[in-house]
Design a protein around this ligand. Structure first.
Ligand SMILES: [Cu+2]
Length: 287
């Protein structure tokens, strides 16, 4: 049976029927809400920090085109081989086993692609972990299964608190299930916030998608990262390292506000969390 033009055309139509809706659907990813997951959202979320923007550009402008091109190229080769070299069309197979120029090409091209990706990738990685001069330092500690935040004394803080998931029964209308917490961490907008991350028990990971931030929280080790939020708002994150039975129930909430509101919050939080070192408080509560 010879494969005619009609079958080839039908195959092309089928590929287009899958690819076109996928491309249109991907377009909706740009209409996501900021700081929180959007039902049906695709791709990376809308970003609120310079590193987040760079991450998104790297993903949208470099990674996705490269991935899409390779996937479509391989699909095209597979379709061509299936039709051109099936038993009916090509009854006497070739005995050819090696083709040196072809082998050199298919080794070199992936190497060149990786080299091409490595330059922006390493630049992004360095921007994520090299912390610029920061005006606010936040110490974040992972616990089974909640996060603790400490604001240093010399920056107007000197208190710490725990951030616990709000149970579903306590949620007010509009609050997000599995993402809303009792105490939000607050940071000033348009200022560099250095984040020091560690853990009290097992390995956790602190991640906020719309900041382009994700860092492991490892017991006995202080990791650091940073962010500079460019828009006021509430930003949600989660633990990104499977850390035990309640891993799914330790969200992260950061509220970015103006400097004036931040100073007012600091004064208020100092009273609210006065003398309550988070670990001492947990010990007291569990007694
Ligand atoms: Cu976890």
């Amino acid at each position: 049976m010879v494969i005619g033009k009609r079958q080839m055309r039908a195959c092309g139509v089928r590929v287009a029927a899958v690819a076109i809706p996928a491309i249109l659907w991907a377009g909706f990813a740009f209409a996501q809400e900021i700081g929180r997951p959007t039902p049906g959202g695709l791709g990376l979320p809308n970003m609120a920090t310079p590193v987040g923007d760079e991450t998104q550009q790297f993903y949208n402008l470099i990674l996705m085109p490269v991935i899409s091109f390779i996937a479509l190229f391989v699909l095209g080769l597979l379709v061509y081989v299936c039709y051109r070299f099936n038993e009916q069309v090509n009854p006497i197979p070739s005995k050819l086993t090696h083709n040196t120029p072809l082998e050199i090409i298919w080794t070199l091209i992936p190497v060149l692609i990786l080299l091409f990706i490595s330059v922006p990738s390493l630049r992004l990685l360095s921007n994520q972990v090299v912390v610029p001069e920061a005006s606010v330092t936040l110490k974040v500690t992972g616990n089974q299964w909640y996060w603790s935040y400490a604001y240093p004394q010399d920056q107007g803080g000197g208190f710490s608190f725990d951030q616990m998931l709000k149970p579903e029964s306590d949620l007010a209308p509009g609050e997000l299930r599995l993402l809303t917490v009792d105490n939000e961490a607050v940071v000033p907008v348009n200022e560099v916030v250095a984040v020091h991350i560690t853990s009290n028990d097992v390995i956790h990971a602190f991640g906020i998608p719309s900041f382009g931030v994700r860092m492991d929280a490892i017991p006995g080790r202080l990791n650091q990262t940073w962010f500079k939020v460019e828009k006021e708002g509430v930003y949600y994150g989660q633990c990104y390292f499977i850390c035990g039975k309640d891993h799914a129930y330790m969200p992260i909430v950061i509220r970015a506000v103006s400097r004036e509101k931040y100073d007012a919050w600091l004064a208020e939080a100092k009273q609210k969390f006065a003398g309550a070192d988070s670990r001492m408080r947990v010990a007291a509560e569990s007694r």
